[in-house]
Design a protein around this ligand. Structure first.
Ligand code: HEM
Length: 332
């Protein structure tokens, strides 16, 4: 399933230095639920519909990725050797295809394929540096605490009890609560969350986290401005913006250092204290037919040579199977 080509996770090899990063063995040893069980849980919360079990509302787009001069020094990926086409989909978090774009408590997201018809790499980033669970078992608990009761609504007491017992599951919500509602899909930062390993042509490895930064800067709305917006304003704004010119983002690698977690997506790296290297610029140029993105999945384990995913991160491992289950159900 995974296409790991390298694999010394837990090690950052920069020049001659070998710096151990932190992988918590306890995380990988937990009995994990199946991908079906988690998609069932998403379907219980959001209802079964002919849409993605998560990130149900979105817009397919196309563009180009142009690598920066420093990219090849970090990774021998063919995606970083020359400009490549991009297929991408912006989305709202959650499985409600009618969610309002003004919802503060949901992540915005971008899933993208670099060179979709070639030696592609696929990613799905969200507008927070952390996930709301550190592993699939905790994700299932997070979802189960939100199951609708007899009145069709989740029980706030259950959510509170789960949050109190699993404080790291509140990190993403706290992050979103502290940020304005994005005014544009092209006006917010997106993170790849997991720790990836880049390998260059000499075999040097670096453990990094990916981030997409809008080149036009972040743009947020006040709560009052957000309340006044129509439910689909993000897609309307995107269409208006792309009619005038591309929306671009810098893809950067945040360089891991000793002690940075490599297998806990709920743990944040102290990003402002880390070096970051620009890998290139992604320029989103046109709206695409949603059927193009809906025909398949963005498989985070499909990575070209020179980029590999974390080896001991069960949340990373379960994503591709879960996306496949969701695809099968929405295609039926
Ligand atoms: C760091 C962790 C994660 C991030 C950043 C993330 C992000 C995303 C994004 C951006 C999409 C939309 C893809 C698209 O536009 O087609 C997506 C879809 C989805 N996600 Fe995740 N996700 C994460 C973890 C998980 C996990 C652990 C599960 C379940 C075990 C999951 C379940 C799903 C499902 C079922 C879909 C719909 C797939 C489809 O039908 O194509 N996600 N995710």
């Amino acid at each position: 399933m995974s296409r790991f080509t390298t694999g010394r996770l837990g090690l950052l090899v920069a020049s001659l230095a070998v710096i151990p990063l932190a992988a918590s063995p306890a995380t990988a040893q937990l009995a994990e639920p199946s991908a079906e069980t988690i998609v069932d849980a998403l379907n219980t919360i959001f209802g079964k519909q002919k849409a993605r079990a998560s990130h149900a509302k979105g817009q397919c787009v196309t563009g180009t990725f142009t690598p920066a001069a420093d990219a090849a020094g970090l990774s021998k990926s063919p995606n970083f050797a020359k400009a490549v086409p991009v297929l991408a989909r912006f989305s709202m978090g959650g499985g409600n295809p009618k969610i309002s774009d003004a919802t503060k408590a949901a992540v915005r997201a971008i899933a993208f394929k670099l060179d979709p018809d070639g030696k592609s790499s696929e990613f799905a980033f969200v507008s927070a540096p952390v996930q709301f669970a550190k592993n699939p078992a905790q994700m299932l608990g997070f979802l189960q605490a939100r199951f609708p009761g007899a009145d069709g609504k989740p029980d706030p007491a259950k959510i509170k009890a789960f949050s109190d017992a699993n404080p790291e599951t509140t990190n993403q919500g706290k992050w979103l609560a502290g940020k304005p509602v994005p005014a544009s899909y092209a006006g917010v930062n997106y993170w790849g969350i997991h720790a990836y390993t880049l390998t260059n042509a000499k075999g040097d490895k670096a453990v990094v986290k990916f981030k997409l930064i809008p080149t036009a800067g972040e743009a947020g709305l006040t709560d009052d401005e957000a309340k006044a917006k129509p439910a689909d304003f993000l897609v309307d704004e995107l269409k208006g913006r792309l009619a005038k010119g591309p929306a671009s983002f810098d893809l950067v690698a945040i360089m891991g250092e000793a002690g940075d977690q490599t297998n806990d997506p709920s743990a944040m790296w102290p990003e402002d204290k880390r070096k970051s290297v620009k890998l290139g610029t992604m320029s989103i140029a046109a709206i695409a037919d949603n059927a193009t993105c809906d025909a398949g999945i963005f498989d985070p384990t499909n990575l070209a040579d020179g980029i590999s995913g974390p080896k001991e991160d069960p949340l990373f491992e379960i994503r591709a199977p879960a996306y496949a289950v969701s695809l099968t159900r929405r295609a039926q």
